[in-house]
Ligand binder design. Structure first.
Ligand code: F6P
Length: 332
């Protein structure tokens, strides 16, 4: 990459925090230091940018954080940032500190914020995909996704023990907002009996009939046994508990809901997230040095690259079709 003059960069973490965000902050700070670039970190996402709440970040500040979940910069959702006045204030604040580039670690909502800011600010904007949901088009994985799968998996394995002891049916709700990536991976890796994700969900009555038919089939084949149904949040009237109750009423069998919730956002990042975050953080600084702007860092087939920010939300990312086939066709 050719090197473009960059004296000072800012970074922030925005939206739902994801394990690996700290590893990414560390990589950005260390790479910037290598090139003699000053770094500041805004706290509380875009809110910090509006309120000039920031701190300098030097290598000593990112020592011993690679293994920590959450984000040392804290995060927030900033609804106000959709207003032009907010983006104008942010541009003014960045200019007053002499910032050449702003690096945003977050999901597509955070990238929309960056795109909005670009209308009012001449500095460079680079996004880094950080969300457990993995719902960002153009990159194979997002920072935090692998850890969230592991966390969901270890909980599902534990539920399986008690489910087995009582030969019960468990409906386990995982996060993902409106995407089934965590659900699909956790279901395959935990040998879940059924999967309900937004991308494949039928009409409610049809889905219910399908779930009951599969349940009947498994009881015919295995007799009474535990039965795990993984479902993504925001489906079934927004709650797995509703599906559990409906299923119990319709089948007369004992069903229990388990909502994994925010536990999936926490914990020490697994090695895949640490490495992805480290590579992406370093690459983002190099992309900024290369003069790029309005882009996000992606990794496809183990190859780092950048793509326009809008690609992340303009096309919906698809689930791995072969994993879907394994879970929903070959194993049923
Ligand atoms: O985007 C990450 C995520 O954890 C989603 O999976 C979930 O729907 C949402 O954030 C929860 O947001 P909040 O923490 O604001 O309730």
């Amino acid at each position: 990459m050719s090197k473009h003059t960059l004296r000072k960069i800012a970074l922030l973490t925005s939206g739902g925090d994801a394990p690996g965000m700290n590893a990414c902050i560390r990589a950005i700070v260390l790479t910037a230091y290598h090139f003699g670039i000053e770094v500041i970190g805004y706290r509380h996402g875009y809110n910090g940018l509006l309120q000039q709440e920031y701190k300098p970040l030097r290598p000593a500040d990112v020592h011993n954080i690679i293994q920590r979940g959450g984000t040392i910069l804290h995060s927030a959702r900033c609804l106000e940032f959709t207003k032009d006045t907010a983006a104008q204030l942010a541009a003014k604040n960045l200019d007053s500190l002499g910032i050449d580039a702003l690096l945003v670690i977050g999901g597509d909502g955070s990238f929309k914020g960056a795109e909005h800011l670009a209308r009012f600010w001449n500095g460079q904007l680079i996004g880094l995909p950080g969300t457990i949901d993995n719902d960002i088009n153009g990159t194979d994985a997002t920072i935090g996704y692998y850890t969230a799968i592991e966390t969901a998996l270890s909980s599902i394995d534990k539920v399986r023990d008690t489910a087995d002891a009582f030969e019960r049916i468990f409906i386990i709700e995982v996060m993902g907002r409106h995407a089934g990536f965590i659900g699909l991976s956790a279901a395959v890796a935990s040998a879940a009996d059924q999967l309900v994700v937004p991308e494949l969900c039928r009409d409610k009555e049809e889905e219910l009939a399908h779930i009951i038919a599969k349940l009947d089939k498994s009881r015919q084949e295995r007799g009474n046994s535990s039965h795990i149904i993984v479902i993504t949040e925001n489906l079934w009237h927004s709650n797995a508990a509703v599906l559990s109750e409906t299923l119990q009423q319709r089948t007369g069998l004992e069903c229990r809901p388990v909502i994994l919730g925010h536990v999936q956002r926490g914990g020490s990042p697994v090695s895949q997230d640490r490495m992805l975050a480290t590579k992406m953080g370093a690459y983002a600084v190099e992309a900024a040095l290369d003069g790029q702007t309005g882009v996000m860092v992606v990794e496809k087939d183990h190859q780092l690259n950048t793509q326009p920010l809008a690609v992340s939300w303009e096309h919906k990312k698809a689930l791995d079709p072969y994993l879907v086939k394994v879970q929903n066709e070959l194993f049923t």
